[in-house]
Design a binder for this molecule. Sequence first.
Ligand code: FAD
Length: 381
Amino acid sequence: MHPDWNEKERGLYESVVTFCKESLQHDVGAFDARSEFPKEAWQSCADFGVLGWRVPVERGGKGYGESLVAYLMEAFGYGCEDNGLAFAIGTQLWGVQTALLQFGSEEQLEKYVPGMMRGELIGAHAMNEESSGSDAFAIETTAVADGDDFLLNGEKTLVTFAPIADFAVVFAKTAPDAGQWGISTFLVDADTPGYTASAPDEMMGLRTAPYGRVLLEDCRVPASSLLGKAGAGASIFSHIQAWERSLVLAPHIGAMQRLLEQSLAFARERKRGGAAIGKHQAVSHRIADMKLRLETARLLLYNTVRKQQDGAADLMDSALTKIYLSECLTQSALDAIAIHGGDGYLTEAGIERNLRDAIGATIYSGTTDIQRNIVARLLGL
Ligand SMILES: Cc1cc2nc3c(=O)[nH]c(=O)nc-3n(C[C@H](O)[C@H](O)[C@H](O)COP(=O)(O)OP(=O)(O)OC[C@H]3O[C@@H](n4cnc5c(N)ncnc54)[C@H](O)[C@@H]3O)c2cc1C
């Protein structure tokens, strides 16, 4: 059931849309073309409080519940055409802050959370490796105890924010023979000797967030940089993934609403053969389908998030949400291009960018194939 937002919450939604439209003035097309991270826009988001929405009030944040944060990220996805920026924020809220807020020691929380909220510290979630990917726990990065320290060696790939992150949540094997129970999680500062970030890697979409590799070569970190207990890495990763898969796509709802409104306006305005193109069933049915996807995806998202907030969600919920929202936006972006004809294909018009951005979500945080595997397994297949 869609949550019944109260007046205050609806006011917050509107304030986010207004903030996006008035304060995020960067030329998204130009930043996308250059694969450039919009630093000023990021700082504006931090100043507006976005990076503190999830952080408890006693730590200086807003302490909003996850469903309200999802609703506000929906507003962000609607008001801001920069899907890469929305994704970048999502990686901090769900990929990094989930780890810190749930498993961080007091010292770790003090060290990282206030700086993240102020926009001064950016974290990366570094799990993926050439050898693992969909087989996430097959990582080869090791962390070997050496006195009171650990020595980390390995390479992380396709990591969002790697080129500019101030620290990374790094997953490494402390007991290589113990399978997934031998994985531990470390908070590693980017200025630690032995930690090298690559130059940015070019991506097809979501190009306003930076991506790259993290190389760890005898990177010495103190035992106090362990996040949670040694051997808890797989549980920490799974916990993060459950939240991330359910919530990182919340801006997709806003993006679908935005594309629907743009397509509707175009279908009413564009005349061909003396009539608005929206009078053609081929066009109007595409718009009807976009509306159907928007409404059903919204229901699924908030149903999952509220269950998760109540501790009642399972892997099935987050997998279904991840599949459905990523595929709905991809299809709606394709429909928007078709409705806009040549303009839809024109880079300058900014419609095609949504398709390139949408495809990313079918891959990151576990591909849609892997999510379908989870659903099938939970159905007993
Ligand atoms: C935009 C973006 C941002 C990312 N950000 C991060 C980040 O911040 N941190 C991080 O750690 N990683 C990040 N990643 C990496 C991402 O998690 C991996 O790309 C993803 O898990 C898939 O792994 P892979 O690329 O190795 O593909 P592979 O695992 O090699 O998969 C290749 C193909 O095979 C299919 N396949 C593989 N195994 C199975 C199976 N068992 N059943 C069915 N099909 C299967 C896959 O679905 C896919 O179609 C990001 C990726 C992208 C695209």
